[in-house]
Design a protein around this ligand. Structure first.
Ligand code: ATP
Ligand code: MG
Length: 382
């Protein structure tokens, strides 16, 4: 956790050396909204090499004029004033061009609420009417929205992310520009888009942001979302990152290869989606086989698709009441079975264990040592 007070110490040091410096971006926004902030950005006219002469630093993104400054346990991203060069690939500024004034630096930033500056003395400097937009809860690009999205299409996803995080409206001309330019998102590396989407889905107001994605038509250009998103109904149960992707999977039969999920995640969404498509209710056998987590996920997806009621508490209760949750819970161990029938270990052990698990789950057999022993003696094959 980095604090504003320590950030002000960094600013103080920079100013002592004759430079200008301000806290900028998300930290100022969150401070004014009285919300906790994670990382603190500082903008300065000192060049990266000049910053590294004053502090202990790490060159995080020198190409973009950024160094990380260490102050004890705390870190700060210190970036030199810049204007963005030509955006050749619609994403990365071709080269960093340092700017003369902080005003120019603010003007290259994405939204007015992210363009506020704070001085060492707690004074807010506002070149972009960001304070007014914070007050009326509006997400609005700095400058002409079409130009700004043409420069960097990822900003469209960022607009939805900030909506999900803050619950603000997106300004009309900003929304219209998104509708118009949404296809540009296809040119951006999918993992970048996915990153923003996942951040968005964790937001308190994710439902609102998803609505906006639908009204602007952005869901049509993101593979795997074009069908699913329209069907989402019950989303009050946040966060629902996993449920969201499982749902896309459920409606599409696969996760588009463009989405760069780890195999572990992909597998999880695959199984949960299979479960959602197969079951409306989760009996003891299913709960035992797939476990609580995947069954809850499958139910959540069915609930979001209005295919079933929200069975969360019933599933949790039923799972808790399972006579066994794994074959290790059987009161007769494999070694005891072998001793009991005096037979060499072999596949028969597993076969009998599986049968006993089934019987116990059906409540046809008690999970007690004597009952299980009797079962083994009766069912073991010579
Ligand atoms: P949070 O960290 O809470 O998600 P943030 O506003 O700090 O929100 P970051 O992604 O950390 O967002 O970026 C820091 C600042 O850099 C932003 O506030 C904004 O001023 C600027 N910024 C980030 N990404 C872009 C972009 N794609 N185009 C223009 N400016 C950007
Ligand atoms: Mg940030």
């Amino acid at each position: 956790m980095s604090t504003l007070n320590s950030a002000k110490k960094v600013i103080h040091e920079l100013k002592k050396q004759g430079y200008e410096a301000y806290i900028v971006g998300g930290a100022v926004r969150d401070h004014l909204l009285k919300q906790p902030t994670t990382d603190i950005d500082i903008t300065t006219n000192a060049k990266p090499y000049q910053v590294s002469k004053i502090f202990k630093t790490k060159p995080t993104g020198v190409k973009y004029g950024t160094v990380t400054v260490f102050m004890g346990e705390e870190t700060f991203e210190v970036t030199t004033y810049r204007i963005d060069g030509e955006y050749l690939d619609g994403r990365h500024p071709d080269m960093v061009v340092f700017a003369e004034s902080v005003e120019e630096d603010v003007k290259r930033r994405d939204f007015t609420i992210n363009g506020l500056l704070m001085t060492e003395e707690n004074k807010i400097i506002d070149f972009v009417k960001g304070q007014e937009d914070l007050r009326i809860k509006l997400i609005r690009t700095i400058g002409n929205p079409e130009d700004r999205f043409n420069e960097d299409a990822l900003r469209m996803m960022r607009a939805f992310y900030f909506q999900a995080k803050l619950g603000f409206q997106i300004d009309r001309s900003t929304r219209e520009a998104i509708s118009l330019l949404k296809d540009k998102l296809k040119d951006i590396a999918m993992e970048r888009v996915l990153q923003e989407l996942i951040k968005l889905l964790k937001g308190k107001h994710a439902q609102k942001a998803i609505q906006s994605m639908v009204t602007t038509g952005v869901h049509e250009v993101l593979p795997g979302l074009e069908k699913g998103i329209l069907h989402i109904q019950n989303m009050e149960d946040i966060p629902f990152v996993d449920a969201f992707f499982t749902l896309c999977f459920t409606l599409h039969g696969s996760i588009p290869s463009e989405w760069s999920f780890s195999n572990k995640h992909r597998h999880r969404y695959e199984i949960a989606s299979m479960l959602a498509n197969t079951y409306n209710e989760f009996d003891a056998h299913t709960l035992y086989t797939y476990g609580l987590d995947l069954c809850l996920l499958a139910n959540k997806v069915n609930y979001m698709l209005n295919r079933s009621r929200n069975l969360k508490s019933k599933i949790e209760e039923d799972y808790k009441n399972l006579p066994i949750q794994s074959d290790l819970d059987l009161k007769l161990r494999a070694s005891d079975m072998i001793k009991l029938v005096n037979k060499k270990a072999g596949s028969w052990v597993k076969t009998l264990q599986t049968q006993m698990v089934e019987e116990v789950l059906k409540n046809k057999l008690k999970n007690e040592k004597s009952a299980l022993e009797a079962y083994v003696l009766e069912h073991v094959k010579e």
